[in-house]
Write a protein that binds this ligand. Structure first.
Ligand SMILES: NC(=O)c1ccc[n+]([C@@H]2O[C@H](COP(=O)([O-])OP(=O)(O)OC[C@H]3O[C@@H](n4cnc5c(N)ncnc54)[C@H](OP(=O)(O)O)[C@@H]3O)[C@@H](O)[C@H]2O)c1
Length: 266
């Protein structure tokens, strides 16, 4: 008998997806549901999360619930996660994802912009990993997937604070990859230009500075991409769901660009 291929199914696993009310996080939650995972979706917008829950059940999640939480309010977040684990059991799949820092040149950014972004991205992810790791360790299975950015490899103009914080996230994740026990992995996805609200506001900010329209800015972006278009959130969701699955067991500490070929470096 040939050895069966490792599965991409997520039946029996409980996934917590942060920043799930929109964009890439929402698409990741739908992809994980499609693969059979139970979902807890976290964001600040209760109404958007409530609208997502029936779609997750329809996609195939055996159960889905909302956790209305703010990654900036970490003391409260810690208590909310403890209650989640008590009420619904351990989480084996964590997607660390949140809103990107607002666009601005580095030299126009004040100290508060850095500390807020560091807290929302690095400290919130760290808190969640420490809270969820005992359950992952006990299960002998854990998948941590961080949504970061191509700027881990190449800084992006007008995203001074973001570029800085993405580097910190990538270093945090690589260190974590050395410390986590066998069976518990951490990997990063690095989105390229992906068609979400975040990209819409970024193109408007760049357009205002350059005296162009947002459509012209997006057109110029697509011209840098060999696939000649923006990425769709579902295309990021599919990669995240794969990284969460048993099939990705030997991927650890990797940063995977999902960018239509935009990144030129090896
Ligand atoms: N789209 C792109 O082209 C692109 C490219 C490279 C990197 N990225 C990065 O990928 C990540 C996701 O991007 P996206 O385009 O999907 O962003 P998005 O459309 O702006 O969605 C961000 C999500 O994060 C949530 N969020 C923001 N602040 C939060 C907080 N303090 N606490 C809890 N949840 C919070 C938002 O929900 P609530 O407002 O309901 O809380 C929303 O669900 C971002 O870090 C972004 O910078 C995106």
């Amino acid at each position: 008998m040939p050895t069966p291929l490792p599965s991409t199914r997520l039946d029996g696993l409980h996934a917590l997806v942060c920043g799930a009310s929109a964009g890439i996080g929402r698409a990741a939650a739908l992809a994980l549901a499609d693969a059979g995972a139970e979902l807890t979706v976290l964001a600040r917008s209760a109404d958007k999360l409530a609208a997502l829950l029936p779609l997750l059940l329809e996609a195939g999640a055996p159960a889905a619930r909302a956790l209305v939480a703010d990654l900036d309010q970490r003391e409260h977040l810690g208590r909310q996660i403890a209650s989640l684990l008590e009420a619904h059991g351990p989480v084996q799949v964590l997607v660390n994802n949140t809103g990107g820092p607002p666009p601005a040149p580095l030299l126009e950014s004040d100290e508060a912009a850095f500390t807020t972004a560091f807290g929302r991205h690095v400290l919130a992810s760290h808190l969640l990993v420490r809270a969820l790791l005992p359950g992952m360790r006990a299960a002998g299975y854990g998948r941590i997937v961080n949504v970061i950015s191509l700027s881990v490899r190449e800084p992006i103009p007008m995203l001074g604070v973001s570029n800085t914080i993405r580097g910190a996230m990538a270093s945090w994740a690589k260190t974590l990859a050395m410390e986590l026990p066998p069976g518990v992995t951490v990997n990063n996805v690095l989105p390229g230009y992906t068609d979400t609200e975040r990209l819409g506001s970024l193109s408007q900010a760049v357009a205002a500075r350059q005296g162009l329209t947002a459509e012209e800015v997006q057109g110029a972006w697509c011209a840098q991409v060999p696939e000649a278009r923006l990425g769709q959130p579902a295309e990021l969701g599919a990669v995240i769901a794969f990284l969460a699955s048993p099939a990705a067991a030997y991927l650890r500490g990797a940063s995977i660009p999902v960018d239509g070929g935009r990144l030129r470096c090896l």
